[in-house]
Design a protein around this ligand. Structure first.
Ligand code: SAM
Length: 781
């Protein structure tokens, strides 16, 4: 596409009412390659901001136009993550080094030098090219499978920075204000679990919040991959995140204070103009007004976060925008507003290999007619007319002295040409004192200003319909999983702390930070909206000392090492199908919050009802819950097997017991037929095995199975099984092939084993009945 016709549409400010239409042609139908990767207004704006030196600007623009390389992160920090990293280094890198495309060598992936433990990676081949390449199909298939099971997260490099700088520890209460689709939440959860012994649950938790219900559902999908009982997914506008009260320990329980967080991430909705390398259409749609309409919301979210942060706590504010109006302007005015309660942290000694530039201390505001202004006062009434109302003093820098005092240079700007990444902005804040400005009047004035700013934004949105769409721009590669939004929001019927009535405004303790937070930041409940969860059955916490839960825990002899307070379920007609588990900290939080928190989901599924007649227990172990339960299960249910047994199990996911080694058979027979059982392989205990794993496996393998009368069936999700086969047997396998594979083997075992045919057939039926949608065998049938 030549630039002739299209240029007409660029930089036309308010006359260009619909950026989707240029020359009467709908731009959204333009092919990817045809899109012009430039924008005169963008160029003019950023040259004027002096975001880089003049002679560096061409390199910046050139990088902004090129397609991003493929980036990914190995998730977790445990042995399994190390195995995956070793597999990349010792298996895939040599293979890629040997590979060429059209006679040209390929530069293999390399670790991001600033990401700890070589868990962050960059591959110069763009994602689309990787997908299409026959030569690299093995590596692509590896990435896809490991991403599906949660061992790898496809995430833009710069998007990995904010969680690293948040410095999360296991005892922290963490709030991720704008969390969907959740790649940063995943990092926060990993950090929460990182310094906790395997099998133990951290004392802290992560609340992953998003204002958009459908996007919050994407977080549920992430959560299911991460297997943490320490997460709650909620659905609130960040700027109205509710106060949750707990007893104030200093008042002997007579007063309440607001629960505050040790760490808060505000990865706010933004115009996303740092993502042009991925979102090419930003070039044609870019307008400086996008930042103007987002600024008040971004500021409100950050202010709410500041209230909810503990004194001494840390907060990271980030955007994938380069616009100072969404970045330094927000930080400067919020710091100024809170008069010394917050400070910018100097992070120049952290992630030192990450190239960055300091925050801007001066910038200009562009009006719709393309003029640039240094101060609010210069937007004259004649020039702006009615539109002057659309510009607010908060878009502009504070005085030079104040910008110096606030150390705005400590903000971090990341540019694409520095290290082949997207563009990004990060500011790390610390709360050094309770927020103690006289907020009563200020909050009212703020609320009024905010309401009026939001009205203007709404007007603008109805004008052009662009900014709303862009709120969701983020830097990650995560895609919405099909059907994720079918996940329903949970309601809790837990007994909440006695409600003392009244508004949050009038409640709370009366000293320090918390009192101010509660009194001075009015809690504006989210406006009523259509509630997709109304038809859902409520979650209730189950009593471990009675009823069906007691029967389950007794059957599996769950040890007292496991806290029994965290089991919960959805009850329907007095009955339940699945049992979930949350950590004590999550349970406490949910109980404190009562109905205030719009919880979308929480916990890990640990037991699921089976329909097998004669089974010892009406509930089986669920795959995702096994790592959590494992340390608390007696040896009887955990059988240590040899590598050849593991191989038989993975090659034939429903082997006859007689196909396993006599020792393994013996241990399996200690458990009654028709029961869950776990097969474990610890490479460290089998160093002398003649038959070695294909790869240099070091992590303990844990395979949940169903013990039938004459056979054993793997109870794993198809993706997980593919990942395991890939890692343990070194075979790349299409997940649909797993089902076919199983079916063939089932038939074989039934027809070729006459002696066992009767029990095997019976067993086969039994298992078919028992397995639900998530199981491999159902996919086979
Ligand atoms: C930049 S994205 C967040 C990306 C996410 N942190 C990640 O790493 O995957 C911004 C998110 O903010 C959400 N959002 C928009 N307005 C919001 C608000 N008022 N409060 C909270 N979240 C909001 C959007 O739905 C979107 O999911």
């Amino acid at each position: 596409m030549g630039g002739r016709g299209r240029r007409k549409g660029y930089g036309k400010g308010r006359n260009n009412k619909n950026a989707d239409h240029v020359n009467g042609e709908r731009q959204s139908y333009k092919k990817f390659e045809e899109l012009r990767r430039d924008n005169d207004s963008f160029r003019k704006y950023y040259v004027a901001q002096r975001i880089v030196e003049d002679d560096e600007f061409p390199a910046f623009m050139e990088a902004m136009r090129t397609v991003l390389p493929t980036n990914f992160r190995i998730t977790g920090s445990r042995q399994q993550a190390i195995d995956i990293r070793e597999q990349i280094m010792h298996e895939f890198i040599p293979y890629i080094k040997e590979t060429s495309i059209d006679g040209a060598d390929i530069e293999p992936p390399h670790p991001l030098e600033w990401y700890p433990n070589n868990f962050g990676w960059q591959f110069s081949i763009p994602r689309i090219a990787l997908k299409k390449s026959n030569e690299l199909s093995k590596f692509h298939s590896f990435l896809v499978t490991e991403t599906e099971v949660g061992n790898i997260s496809r995430q833009e490099a710069v998007s990995m920075v904010p969680p690293l700088l948040l410095d999360v520890h296991s005892n922290h209460y963490v709030l991720d204000m704008c969390a969907a689709p959740g790649s940063k939440t995943a990092q926060l959860l990993e950090a929460l679990h990182a310094d906790v012994e395997e099998g133990k649950t951290p004392a802290g938790f992560v609340i992953a919040n998003d204002a958009d219900y459908k996007r919050a559902c994407m977080l549920v999908h992430q959560m299911n991959r991460l297997n943490s009982p320490n997460i709650i997914v909620t659905n609130h506008s960040g700027e109205r995140f509710p106060n949750i009260y707990q007893a104030d320990p200093h008042s002997g329980g007579s007063k309440r204070e607001i629960v505050q967080f040790d760490r808060i991430l505000c990865d706010v909705p933004c115009s996303g103009d740092g993502t042009t390398r991925k979102n090419v259409r930003i070039w044609e749609k870019w307008r400086s007004d996008d930042a103007h309409s987002l600024n008040p919301l971004q500021s409100k979210i950050l202010q709410r976060a500041a209230y909810l942060l503990k004194t001494g706590g840390r907060l990271v504010y980030s955007t994938c925008s380069l616009n100072p109006i969404e970045n330094e302007a927000i930080i400067a005015h919020v710091l100024d507003h809170f008069e010394g309660a917050l400070r910018l942290v100097d992070v120049s000694e952290q992630l030192v290999a990450l190239k960055r530039r300091p925050g801007l201390k001066t910038w200009k505001v562009m009006t719709r007619d393309g003029n640039l202004h240094d101060s609010f006062e210069t937007i004259s009434l004649e020039e702006g007319g009615r539109s002057r109302r659309k510009y607010i003093p908060n878009f502009f820098p504070l005085t030079a002295e104040r910008m110096d005092e606030l150390h705005i240079e400590r903000c971090m700007r990341i540019y694409p040409h520095l290290q082949n990444t997207g563009g990004f902005f990060v500011a790390v804040l610390e709360k050094v004192a309770p927020i103690s400005v006289d907020e009563k009047k200020k909050a009212a004035a703020d609320a009024a200003r905010f309401a009026s700013a939001m009205d203007k934004i709404r007007d603008q949105h109805s004008d052009n319909g662009t900014a709303t769409k862009r709120q969701a721009v983020d830097t990650d590669d995560t895609e919405e999983p099909a059907g994720a939004c079918e996940m329903k929001r949970a309601k809790f019927s837990v007994a909440a702390e006695p409600d003392r009535g009244g508004d949050d405004d009038e409640e709370g303790g009366d000293d320090g930070d918390t009192a101010q937070s509660s009194k001075k930041m009015p809690y504006l409940p989210d406006s009523p909206r259509e509630d997709p969860a109304l038809s859902e059955n409520p979650f209730v916490f189950l009593d471990a000392d009675k009823g069906e839960l007691k029967t389950i825990l007794d059957y599996y002899s769950i040890k007292n090492t496991m806290s029994k307070n965290g089991f919960l379920s959805r009850i329907e007609n007095g009955d339940f199908r699945s049992v979930y588990y949350v950590s004590d900290s999550v349970r406490d939080m949910i109980q404190l919050a009562g109905q205030r928190l719009r919880v979308v989901n929480t916990g890990i599924k640990v037991f699921s009802r089976n329909c097998v007649k004669g089974a010892g227990c009406a509930f089986r172990l669920v795959c995702e819950g096994v790592p959590l339960l494992l340390p608390h299960l007696p040896n009887k249910y955990v059988v240590d097997a040899s590598f050849s047994d593991i191989k038989s199990l993975l090659e034939d996911i429903n082997p006859l017991l007689t196909a396993l080694s006599p020792e393994t058979q013996e241990c399996i027979k200690a458990v009654d037929p028709s029961s869950s059982i776990i097969i474990r392989y610890d490479p460290a205990k089998h160093l002398d095995d003649k038959e070695k794993p294909y790869t240099r496996l070091t992590a303990v393998l844990v395979i949940p199975c169903w013990r039938g009368h004459a056979s054993l069936s793997v109870h794993m999700d198809k993706n997980q099984l593919c990942s395991l086969i890939q890692r343990v047997l070194g075979r790349t396998i299409n997940k649909n092939a797993v089902g076919g594979f199983k079916l063939t083997n089932n038939r074989k075992s039934q027809s070729e084993a006459p002696a066992a045919s009767s029990p095997a057939t019976k067993n086969g039926e039994e298992e078919k009945e028992e397995m639900d949608g998530e199981q491999v065998t159902e996919a086979a049938s």
